[in-house]
Ligand binder design. Structure first.
Ligand code: GTP
Ligand code: MG
Length: 337
């Protein structure tokens, strides 16, 4: 495959390379950053410039990226030789979701500083169980996480106590929460400061406003946003492919991802789940029955005691039970979206 186009210095933000002369053909290998890509063709920004080239993988297989539905994702650092990707640098971290169609984990972003779990107070409705799962996936991958709850302009009758209770519980367990409205501008400055200079990936259900938020944070972008379907009160899956976007002035980089209907955790054994839910983990092994406690009926269970004492929110406990059941039903591919 020697497909390779160059955008000739066009600003990288649209991720749509234009045809032109190929500066990396026939030269020494150059390094680059993967901006977007499908399973075979990737857009790579060449190190030290704004040039973007579109290229495939030499031999179609790269060492060290086996086991994923997609071999590369936004954030990957690669080496290009003769117009083809010949190597990928070892990743600092990997943020993935299980892809039901592909029957394998799908990499959403690599080498990121932060996972931002985006949700909305309404339209589509607030979904705390989604947040529990996304936070779990970030914690499992060892990546710091935050929550951005958007569309506060729609909470007309004051704040919803159920939403606030859950959001403040996320804050209590150490996950920063930002209450925002892209429409009114509420909370945007504070969030912008928080992600400034970082490399973040935004994940959330379709229609919560991920792309709108990125447009508000990085002026001059041209990415698609789409209306929420009124009948079903959910988004229309407007973003179809992950893309890395960058504010060149601040060094802030953000990966926009397609809406995820249901975030199914992957790569955890059901018995180990307790070790990955952040407020559960310090209690693991401390029950009377030690690590063999099911945390459902046993006397002396520290997890259940913590639920009764309000140290673990009962909704989080319910999420724990549901996720663990799913994991135990699909031990090889622990996800059943
Ligand atoms: N009322 C209100 N609407 C918003 C706000 N932010 C975004 N929207 C609207 O929500 C809809 C969905 O926005 P998108 O940015 O396309 O959502 P998305 O999360 O990127 O959706 P997918 O790409 O499908 O995953 C659009 O109609 C936006 O105008 C907000 O703060 N308040
Ligand atoms: Mg979008």
């Amino acid at each position: 495959m020697d497909r390779c186009n160059v955008n000739g210095g066009k600003p990288a933000n649209t991720g749509r390379p234009a045809k032109g002369q190929n500066p990396v053909m026939g030269q020494n290998p150059v390094k680059g950053l993967v901006i977007r890509g499908s399973r075979n063709i990737f857009t790579v920004r060449v190190e030290g410039g704004e040039n973007e080239i579109e290229c495939g993988i030499k031999g179609k297989v790269l060492k060290g990226v086996e086991g994923y539905y997609n071999p590369l994702s936004p954030g990957d650092l690669v080496e290009i030789g003769d117009g083809q990707i010949i190597r990928v640098e070892k990743r600092r971290n990997e943020f993935a979701r299980y892809n039901q169609k592909g029957q394998a984990p799908q990499l959403l972003a690599a080498n990121v500083d932060l996972v931002v779990c985006v949700t909305s107070v309404s339209s589509p409705p607030f979904r705390p169980r989604f947040l529990d799962r996304a936070l779990l996936q970030a914690d499992t991958a060892g990546i710091p996480a935050a929550i951005a709850c958007n569309k506060y302009d729609l909470s007309q009758d004051g704040e919803d106590p159920d939403i606030e209770e859950r959001l403040s519980d996320f804050e209590r367990i150490g996950c920063p929460v930002f209450r925002l409205s892209v429409l009114s501008g509420e909370g945007l400055d504070e969030f912008k400061r928080f992600i400034s200079g970082k490399f973040s990936v935004l994940v959330g259900q379709s229609g919560v406003g991920k792309s709108s938020l990125i447009m508000a944070l990085i002026p001059g972008l041209d990415i698609k946003i789409g209306a929420v379907n009124e009948k079903f009160n959910r988004g229309n899956h407007t973003t179809t492919q992950g893309i890395l976007l960058e504010a060149s002035s601040s060094g802030t980089r953000i990966v926009d991802t397609p809406g995820i209907r249901r975030f199914a955790p992957a790569g955890i054994r059901s018995d180990d789940l307790v070790l990955y839910m952040r407020e559960f983990a310090p209690l693991a092994g401390k029950c009377s029955y030690g690590l063999s406690c099911s945390h459902e009926t046993e006397p002396g269970c520290k997890i259940m005691e913590a639920v009764h004492a309000g140290v673990i929110h009962e909704d989080r406990y319910e999420s724990f039970l549901r996720i663990r059941k799913e994991l135990s039903e699909k031990p090889d591919f622990p996800d059943n979206e």
